[in-house]
Design a protein around this ligand. Structure first.
Ligand SMILES: Cc1cc2nc3c(=O)[nH]c(=O)nc-3n(C[C@H](O)[C@H](O)[C@H](O)COP(=O)(O)O)c2cc1C
Ligand code: SF4
Length: 687
């Protein structure tokens, strides 16, 4: 019996009948319509697959995903280095783990397909030292490296390489492969006339520009059996801005031509292209983009091609997924980030459970990847550290004598610690000064577009209730109150406060913390009043405060000490953030710090050392460096020496949502730690 047999008899199978019904792809049947589309994790090195990544995909299969697609941008060619920590499909050193992955996914009843690609100009030679090769010698607007032009002979070799990679996958037990052009990979670089200026058989007319894609798909078919599922991924709109690039109609023509005559069993539809920051900002749509961003486009592609379609783009829960299938008329639905946030989502939802929701911020997954870091998840620490989930599920102690934990602070870190400790049978009391769970995340979640943050905070609240945590809101405890609860351990998750810079002293105008402005935006006294938002943080705080002030009538300027406003915001979001500020008429000034003479404000340019008057300023708002708000742990330690005290999240060191969730989870799931003997190991003692 697999997870799919469980789902088939669950209430979910009746409630979401299309989503949990099988679908044919070529000669194969997928057990349900939920798909994890290919994505890089950044966990590999030198193109090598890791055991952690194998286990990660298996978790999704065990969670009830119908179609597991893997390895964004897996390379078929040694000269197109695996980018973003992805996999080299041509490298035989991956064979054992590839086989293991396919076998283990099959044990759970899912099908497995790998993406295959050549990145063309969408790569870099930083590490390989080998020049990129592209359709033409035009650099991409994001990676900006000029590629060498592929010769016809080299194109022939690449066509074979796609076929060989598919064959290898098939022989290792895989069900199919997806050839991708999406995001401006090599196949798109050939068919897009704005990128391809060749004059040979691969340039010029549409037919010529499609030749490479057609040959690749034919090669994959030729090298594999009829059972092997051949997929093709492309963008249905490029999002380059009005009147630029290929039109939606052009892309429909591409889809029709490349899927004709049974060349493709599954067409995967997304949006955007790697042409520019603007068009990249819709690849993995963040919270500035509407949910189900690509459903209508995908429905059109389905009608125009007649080929089964999977659509990706912010479909985040099973209700939405069912609607996408029935209203947009597609065949499968990507729930990729929903599955990163909770790999058990399909079976959990189907059996009446409560999956952890994705908040669509992108900061913890694709945002990290674009910053050259491994993919994790802001709300699911188990992606980075599967151990925390295993520990949370550990057998409970005897209830009345179980160790007692007191958690101070009901932000994300505190809530994660509390419910996970309670899941393990600990007796847990959580004390929060405010009137709700969420802390600083609740405030950050008020930013326009962040409605999903509240889903996550409500989910944490439900976990606290379900696990029996004694939650005390509106309580600001002293040392005696905490000790009266007779804790065996105290988790300090009391968050952070601003660290006020020296220039606040004697300031000519009020200086306030950006958080207070977001919580309750002050009204200007009259027209023309100017608020100067000082951004030393580089994230979303200054933009959020600035927009709130502009909304109620302030003239707003943001001055940052960094190289640009929102410098720390990831590439999938930063374009949207800065666009919105500029559309609101908010002035952005970089590389400056405020200074004053007690009567008026100036801005000191950090590069030139020039100081210029800041003009009229009526209010200064600080989005700056913060410090721990812990005021109890030292006192507790003094009163009760030996008491276990664990600081987490901002109370330890102010950082991000991801760090708060991870540290809270670790503290809750990992406590008490296994006993460690004070005796030195025998070998040391003997020596
Ligand atoms: C961390 C991460 C890495 C990704 N890498 C790739 C990739 O290499 N190739 C690709 O075609 N899509 C990639 N994607 C895009 C996903 O396949 C999918 O289209 C996207 O997440 C939108 O679907 P969702 O809203 O269901 O998450 C990536 C997505 C994420 C979150
Ligand atoms: S990091 Fe954020 S956007 Fe990515 S999967 Fe997790 S919650 Fe969703």
């Amino acid at each position: 019996m697999t997870v799919h047999d469980l789902i088939a008899t669950s209430p979910g199978a009746t409630r979401w009948p299309t989503l949990f019904s099988p679908v044919r792809l070529g000669r194969r049947t997928v057990r349900n319509r939920i798909t994890s589309t290919p994505h890089s994790t950044g966990w590999g090195h030198d193109g090598l697959l890791t055991q952690a990544e194998v286990d990660y995909h298996v978790r999704k299969a065990a969670g009830g995903v119908g179609l597991v697609m893997t390895f964004g941008s897996a390379s078929v060619d040694p000269e197109s280095a695996a980018s973003y920590g992805s996999i080299s499909l041509w490298d035989p050193r991956n064979d054992d783990l590839l086989r293991q992955l396919a076998d283990r996914v099959h044990e759970h009843g899912a099908l497995i397909m790998s993406q295959m690609t050549h990145m063309g100009r969408r790569g870099n030679s930083f590490y390989s030292g080998v020049a990129l090769k592209g359709a033409s010698d035009l650099p991409e607007g994001v990676h900006r490296e000029v590629p060498a032009v592929l010769t016809e002979a080299e194109i022939g070799v690449l066509v074979d390489r796609f076929g060989h990679a598919a064959r290898r996958l098939m022989e290792l037990g895989w069900d199919g492969a997806e050839v991708t052009s999406h995001g401006g990979h090599l196949i798109e670089q050939f068919y897009d006339p704005n990128v391809n200026d060749r004059t040979d058989r691969y340039g010029g007319s549409l037919d010529n520009r499609l030749r490479f894609g057609r040959e690749v798909l034919a090669s994959v078919r030729a090298w594999t059996s009829e059972e092997f599922v051949v997929g093709f991924r492309m963008s249905a709109y490029h999002g380059l801005g009005e009147g630029t690039g290929m039109t939606d109609d052009d892309l429909v023509e591409v889809a029709r031509a490349l899927t004709a005559d049974g060349a493709v069993d599954l067409l995967s539809i997304s949006g955007g292209t790697g042409y520019s920051m603007r068009s990249s900002a819709v690849f993995v749509p963040g919270d500035a983009v509407p949910e189900n961003a690509n459903g209508a486009h995908a429905g059109r592609m389905r009608r125009e091609t007649g080929v089964p379609v999977v659509v990706a783009g912010r479909v985040l829960d099973v209700d939405a997924a069912e609607r996408v299938l029935t209203e947009n008329g597609v065949d499968l639905v990507a729930m990729t980030r929903a599955l990163i946030a909770d790999p058990t989502m399909p079976v959990t939802a189907a059996t009446g459970g409560d999956p952890r929701p994705c908040i669509s911020l992108n900061e913890g997954c694709i945002g990290r990847l674009y910053q050259g870091r491994p993919m994790w998840c802001s709300v699911n620490p188990g992606i980075r550290e599967p151990d925390v989930d295993e520990l949370s599920a550990a057998v409970a102690d005897d209830a009345p004598t179980a160790p007692r934990m007191v958690v101070l602070g009901g932000g994300v870190a505190g809530a994660e610690a509390a419910y996970r400790a309670a899941e393990r049978g600990r007796r847990v009391t959580l004390i929060e000064r405010g009137d709700r769970i969420g802390g600083r995340a609740a405030l950050a979640g008020t930013r326009r577009g962040r409605e999903r943050w509240d889903l996550y905070l409500r989910w944490l609240e439900r976990r606290l209730v379900a696990t029996g945590v004694d939650v005390r809101l509106g309580v600001d405890p002293g040392v005696d109150d905490v000790l009266a609860l007779e804790p065996d351990a105290v988790v300090v998750a009391t968050g952070s406060v601003p660290r006020w810079p020296d220039w606040v002293e004697g300031a000519p105008t009020p200086v306030v913390d950006a958080d207070t402005v977001v919580a309750k935006t002050p009204l200007p006294d009259g027209p023309g009043q100017v608020a100067l938002v000082v951004d030393d943080e580089g994230g979303f705080v200054a933009p959020t405060a600035a927009e709130a002030l502009e909304d109620v009538g302030w003239t707003v300027r943001i001055a940052t000490s960094l190289s640009s406003v929102a410098a720390e915001v990831d590439d999938t979001q930063v374009w949207w953030v800065r666009r919105r500020l500029k559309q609101h008429g908010i002035e952005l000034v970089d590389t400056v710090v405020p200074t004053h003479d007690g009567a008026s404000w100036s801005l000191l340019d950090l590069e030139s050392d020039l100081v210029r008057p800041a003009g009229r300023v009526d209010l200064v708002v600080l989005a700056g460096v913060r410090r721990s708000a812990d005021r109890l742990s030292e006192l507790l330690r003094r009163e009760r020496p030996g008491l276990e005290i664990v600081k987490v999240g901002d109370a330890l060191a102010p950082r991000h949502l991801l760090d708060a969730a991870a540290e809270g989870a670790r503290a809750g799931a990992g406590w008490p730690k296994p006993e460690v003997s004070a005796e030195p190991p025998a070998t040391v003692a003997a020596g």
